[in-house]
Design a protein around this ligand. Sequence first.
Ligand code: NAD
Length: 429
Amino acid sequence: MQQRNNVKIAIIGLGYVGLPLAVELAFNYKVTGFDIDTERVFNLQKYIDHTQSVESKTLQDAITLSNKADTGLCITDIEKNISDCNVYIITVPTPVNKNKQPDLSLCFAATKSVAKFLHKNDTVIYESTVYPGCTEEECIPILEKESGLKINTDFWVGYSPERINPGDKIHTLANIKKITSGSSPEAAAFVDELYASIIQAGTYKAPSIKVAEAAKAIENAQRDVNISFINELALIFDKMNIDTNDVLEAAATKWNFLPFKPGLVGGHCIGVDPYYLLYKSKELGYTPQVILSGREVNEQMGNFIANKVNSLIKKKGNTNNNILVLGFTFKENCTDIRNTGVIHLAEGLSNVGFEIDIYDPLADAQKVKQEYNLTLLPELKNEKEYAAVVHAVAHDVFKNIDFNNWKNNKTIIFDVKGTLDKNLVDGRL
Ligand SMILES: NC(=O)c1ccc[n+]([C@@H]2O[C@H](COP(=O)([O-])OP(=O)(O)OC[C@H]3O[C@@H](n4cnc5c(N)ncnc54)[C@H](O)[C@@H]3O)[C@@H](O)[C@H]2O)c1
């Protein structure tokens, strides 16, 4: 295994996870960031990060450092530029396919890229979220087969899941405790020390790679299940004509009541990772019930909100056919549109015949067009009349919006996240 003072690191995949990691490491080590997305690489080389995970100045500092001998970040879309590295960290997406089965094709492709250049004594670390057992059962065999090298004799493997929270400027890479693990005690120690050198919050060395993989999977599955319980309450209280947020506020006065909120659960972590756990569990002969039903409840919320907005409009007797949806990204203050729950809400409203305008200054309009065939409003115009304005994503930039611009005796204001003044809104989840 390499000495830590001798490492040259390759990061494979420069997205929400890979870029901040590459930058943080680059202030201490020589780092090459490799991504197959040529446009992303072109922008990053010009210090532009559309994910808004890293400040332009910080990116510039990390790249500029590479002129010196032993630190700094080089960004490339040329695969062979990672050939002289000795630590490879894989941070590529691990989505699900249409059937909600793990799609590991990008992870396997990245593994093959690394295997091409793997030398004796190198270490490969996975950060992508996977199911327990995936690294050892799927990825290590690929590394061995493609490189001809032997695990724990010629090369070592680590797993260290990422816990960053897009859009959250407080819980950032360096101040979130990081789980580490390795294919042997020596590998675990090496991986742990590597991360400990950049993570101020410290590290937690898990007893095995499988434990580290499972810990990540359950962190997100737990959130999914907790939110699904609150979402189920929203479905029940709707039938009882009780405001769910009022109930939650009252219940939260008990010391041990957990403060979860109802809402759309999207993105490619909380809405995806439980399927990885489900897949592996089913493969081993147990069909999870709590996790599965949690997923089912959360997946129907977009449609539920659409129906609720529709019935509020009908109650007002408004025949206007236009609805404004504020926010499209999967969560507040984040640019990521993947698996956004807002799409189900918009589709639900379209299905009952409404014309939808969507405004989200954080979302990349071109990507929304490509992925969802929807055209975002370039700007908000107050003069257009709407049957409903749906505050779907609570971006900070929406705090400046005066909802009274639309408020009249016909327009419904619906607050999905329950963050607007209660007296202003006609309905909330
Ligand atoms: N985004 C998050 O908040 C978050 C948090 C924790 C864990 N994760 C996990 O981390 C992993 C990465 O997620 P992300 O959000 O950073 O994804 P992302 O889509 O933002 O970035 C991944 C990058 O990898 C690149 N890529 C894909 N295949 C490649 C290959 N073969 N070689 C080189 N580059 C390749 C893509 O072009 C993309 O730029 C996933 O497993 C995800 O579940 C994400």
